[in-house]
Write a protein that binds this ligand. Structure first.
Ligand SMILES: NC(=O)c1ccc[n+]([C@@H]2O[C@H](COP(=O)([O-])OP(=O)(O)OC[C@H]3O[C@@H](n4cnc5c(N)ncnc54)[C@H](O)[C@@H]3O)[C@@H](O)[C@H]2O)c1
Length: 275
């Protein structure tokens, strides 16, 4: 989607990190914005950074289909169209697979996978009917294309987002729809993701008892991230404008993916992407 001006962007997870930077860039492009997050204070803070852009905010828990439907209704009642959907809200959990908890699976899969499914189901049928081009960007991760030690739950969720996006692309091609698809697969960059627990529902708080050491490693890797959230947002919007499907903002990411693919094709044991 080359022209963004006067079009409508919807961003989940817009109260922090990458979602906030996407909102700022979409506003700078002259887009109208629909911003969603469970963090209402974060949403208000994002709005203060948008200059004169028209925006509406709504507290939305992406694990709940009816809340995405309500977000779609707000979008169409406010602006009449939906052009660019960012399924971006996400959370992370750490620790070895054998001690991961049922609560962790429910929480991470609920936000990272079902959140994207709900976004697609709430918006794509309406986009198909609106008679204007649209584009769906879902935030996966490089962890959706590789397998990272101590990140089993997160990797399963992000691999799901990659294949969900690929299937969505195929389905839209068959339907001859004017709706583009991208899947964003960044490596580590500095945001609030290492503090995901801040938004974790109390009833799903049972954490991996062996998660702390891995979480420390992730925190350090995020701090050391070579790109900023603003860099990742800028590369993402460039990807949307040039209709790229796989958006891998970090140099070196392709090598990691190639290593995994070569392990598969040459019948080798998996090489750790962490070296
Ligand atoms: N930061 C990284 O290193 C990195 C790398 C690869 C992928 N990602 C992905 O980027 C996306 C954005 O995360 P970020 O890094 O900006 O982290 P972040 O924590 O700064 O932002 C995530 C946002 O999602 C919101 N959120 C959490 N649960 C929610 C729910 N149930 N419903 C609605 N909103 C919810 C949070 O309130 C927060 O505002 C995520 O999908 C994440 O997995 C991040």
């Amino acid at each position: 989607m080359e022209i963004l001006k006067d079009r409508v962007a919807i961003i989940t997870g817009a109260g922090s990190g990458l979602g906030r930077e996407l909102a700022k860039l979409c506003a700078a492009e002259g887009m109208k914005l629909v911003l969603a997050d469970v963090d209402e204070k974060g949403l208000e803070e994002t709005r203060t950074l948008l200059g004169a852009a028209e925006s509406v905010l709504r507290r939305t828990d992406v694990t709940k289909r009816d809340e995405l439907d309500a977000l779609a209704e707000l979008t169409y009642s406010s602006f009449g169209k939906a052009h660019l959907l960012f399924n971006n809200a996400g959370v992370a959990a750490s620790g070895p697979v054998w001690s991961s908890t049922a609560a962790e699976w429910e929480w991470v899969m609920g936000v990272n996978v079902m959140g994207v499914v709900h976004g697609i189901q709430a918006f794509v049928p309406r986009m198909l009917e609106q008679g204007e081009p649209a584009h769906v960007v879902s935030t996966a991760s490089l962890a959706g294309l590789t397998s990272v030690p101590g990140s089993g739950v997160y990797c399963v969720s992000k691999h799901s987002v990659v294949t969900l996006s690929e299937c969505l692309y195929h389905d839209l091609q068959i339907a001859k729809a004017d709706i583009g698809v991208s899947v964003l697969c960044p490596a580590f960059f500095k945001t609030g993701i290492a503090e995901s627990e801040r938004n974790r529902p109390a009833e799903l708080s049972d954490s991996n008892p062996a998660g702390a050491a891995y979480a420390e490693f992730v925190r350090a890797a995020i701090e050391a991230g070579k790109l900023s959230a603003e860099d990742v947002a800028r590369i993402t919007l460039e990807g949307v404008k040039s209709e790229r499907f796989y958006i891998l903002p970090h140099n070196g990411a392709r090598k990691t993916v190639q290593l995994r693919m070569t392990d598969i094709l040459e019948d080798r044991k998996p090489t750790s992407p962490m070296g």
